[in-house]
Design a protein around this ligand. Structure first.
Ligand code: HEC
Length: 159
């Protein structure tokens, strides 16, 4: 694999497809000792799934240039929690040290008036470290599912 890398192998749709079809055909001596996936449709489905996690999905057709898998595949029960906006207001004071309550974006994105579901999904993406920002990972990591729902409810209605 290292040798192929120094030869200039990069992962594109074509090379990845060839590798999954038959690893040894592309990288001889690979320790990925599996006999390959002959079914082109199955390979297409697998690669479409992997594309969701790619940091360079532009290499793979049929995706947005900046597409990134950030949806943590939340349990519908978590999405279904009805947030307590009053509790959210109480919790929001530490958020407001960075995020502007009036919704203005001063280098830090606005988080007011979002659809609650998008807010919840974004927070859980930080919590699960799918989104990379360390401060937000820490903030979200400390919050329970109920607290995230409460914050979503509060910020959604904030004028
Ligand atoms: C120390 C500053 C800071 C604090 C405190 C903070 N945030 Fe953030 N937040 C940021 C920054 C910076 C970003 C952009 C991070 C990124 O690039 O992913 C962000 C991003 C977000 C996003 C995603 C915005 C987007 O456009 O995708 C949400 C939602 C969010 N914060 C909610 C909260 C909530 C809720 C709290 C309080 C519990 C909070 N933040 C506390 C700095 C902060």
């Amino acid at each position: 694999m290292a040798r192929m890398g120094s030869d200039g192998l990069t992962w594109t749709l074509e090379t990845l497809d060839a590798y999954v079809e038959n690893p040894k055909a592309l990288v001889s001596g690979t320790r990925m000792n599996y006999r390959g996936m002959a079914d082109a449709q199955a390979r297409g489905a697998l690669i479409a799934y992997l594309r969701e996690w790619s940091d360079k999905p532009q290499n793979i057709p049929e995706s947005e240039p900046t597409a990134r898998k950030t949806d943590p595949d939340l349990d519908p029960a978590v999405l279904g929690i009805v947030g307590d906006a009053e509790y959210g207001e109480y919790l929001s004071s530490e958020c407001s040290t960075c995020h502007q309550r009036d919704g203005s974006d001063q280098g830090i994105p606005s988080i007011t008036q979002w659809p609650e579901e998008d807010f919840v999904v974004a927070m859980h993406a930080y919590k699960k470290k799918l989104r990379p920002h360390p401060v937000m990972q820490m903030m979200a990591g400390r919050l329970s599912n109920d607290e995230i729902a409460a914050l979503a409810a509060y910020f959604a209605t904030l004028e």
